[in-house]
Design a protein. Sequence first.
Length: 256
Amino acid sequence: MMDRARVRTTVVLGLFAAVFTALTVGSYTQKSATVDEPIHLTAGYTALRLRDYRIDPEQPPFLRLWAALPLLTMSDINLETNSVEWQTGIDWDYSHHFLYQLNDADRLLYRARFMTVVLGVILGVLVFDWAQDLFGFWTASAVLALYCLEPNILAHSSLVTTDLGVTCFIFGVVYFLWRLTHRFTFGNVAGLTMFFALAQVSKFSAVLLGPIILALLAIRVLRGGAWPCVFATGGELRSPRMRALVATAVILILAL
């Protein structure tokens, strides 16, 4: 049987996911597309279906591909590749043509927007976990309630854009880096690596995470003191040389 702490955490996170999803889905089904949603969705769908990345290549593709995934299950989506807009690379005109003239825009948008809602739920879980690590369960629950009702979070979690997604991944990087500097475990290294990689393929500005991680790891090495590590003899990294080697290994993993 699960212990009481795990049960209450599961209940709180489940309730949060249900309320957050209801609020965001109820919101985005009443709103038309923002100015940049058509080009994000069109770029993701054409990349998935045609393996063609010509539409707006100014952003890394991952979040667009993520949003367009549900569209692959829809067999009746119309896509023209012989139009002047497609051939000449007039991205905005082609995206408008694809979404509004060839297809049912709301039907496509609603499915794609739900993928951003999923990322909003993941970000909320990360916020809860970090708050619980720092301040305990009840404070974390209050923080999660505020997150669930925060207007900017709710708004961006309902859109096919890159903002909420890259926020989720950058937050994940910082959270797992914080955990790693407190305890070196395989799980913390894996979490840091995963979110760092996702951030890099989501937005070019995420490249700034590299020097930030380097600086914070250097501070941890120079700060001294025992560094708990499940791989070290005695469970701790005590010597500056061992701390430096471990930090270097993390940087090399992220650079691969």
